[in-house]
Design a protein around this ligand. Sequence first.
Ligand SMILES: [Cu+2]
Length: 400
Amino acid sequence: MPATRERLQSNSAKPAVTYSAPPPPRSPRRQSDNSGYWAAFSLLLGMLVVVLGTVAIWMGFSAHDARKDANKAASAVASGNSMPGMDMSGGVTGDLPSYAGQAPANADVLAKKHVAMNAVLPPAPAGPVARVHLVLVDKTLQIAPGVKYRAWAFSGGAPAPFIHVRQGQKVELTLTNKGAIPHSVDFHAARIAPNVAFKDVPPGGSIHYSFVAGDPGAFMFHCGTKPVLAHIANGMYGAIIVEPRVPLPHVDKNYVLVASEWYLSSPGFPQPAGLDMAKAQRQEPDWVTWNGYAGQYVAHPLTADPGQTVRFWVVDAGPSFDTDFHIVGTILNRAWLNADMTQFQRNVQTALVPAGGGGVFDVKIDQPGLYPIVSHSFASVDLGQVGLLKVGDVKGTMSH
Ligand SMILES: [Cu+2]
């Protein structure tokens, strides 16, 4: 520092400036020997360029390796399994074609004509036993206005018709496979050895197992046959609602919403689309839906009267996206996060429902209006995961 001090002292003509705004600590050498400073600076700059260059090259190779790994996995899936009706186009590099938002010219008319899936929670059976018979089929579904998809689904569609049981009931489950390849069913509400209960059922075969629905909540069930990504993406999922033994606070309406994504091998019109496995692996869906059909509750809103409390039982079937559950224009009065029915949070703006998980949400809306039900991860809204709760006798519609 002696050189600096000397300089400051010698610069006595402007002491006020010198002392009122002291410079940051500097090396004496910088002050006394500018050429040395520039040499050091140049050296450092040179080193930085070399380091950044190395990192850039390494990142390039890493990205390349990651792509190669993903493509290898896709190829392995494609070669190891026979998947009728699927585009198992693993190994595709570069951009994959997106059919997001593509629909026939008369999509608005078709959206109005579509019969929306009834989102009302069905009653639970009485007595100690709930008998459930699930049938698996290959069938073509509508997943957006005019957009057809060759699904593997539980009979009744994707999602499967909602199952509602009471905590403590014994679920006697029979699964019949009428599809072309092996399938199975994995109940998240069950505590059971999966290697026994969730095993593959060959075409034409059946399996029976039972479990006590001991844990209340909103649970997913799905086909668990490998590759599970393909079986869920193709439509093999549903929701089972297990009502708590201790009654929940009274509500006026109960709705069930299942979130899922669709990955299309073609636009889906005029010919139905199949699964694009590479898009599923990259999580690049063409459509994201509530109860299997894009925007169906925009054209056909769910309803409530002003002042009523509405309960949403929400399950996210994925296969890969989470849902950030949010109702525009209001706040969730009660939120049983992760469908942990032992406790709820109050006054939550947005609640996470993870892929493969559930949540239960109560909302009381006093003011008449149209309240969009969305995943606040808004890319999903753009792809169709939006519906409306129509409170009161309100005209018109809105998209959000
Ligand atoms: Cu399956």
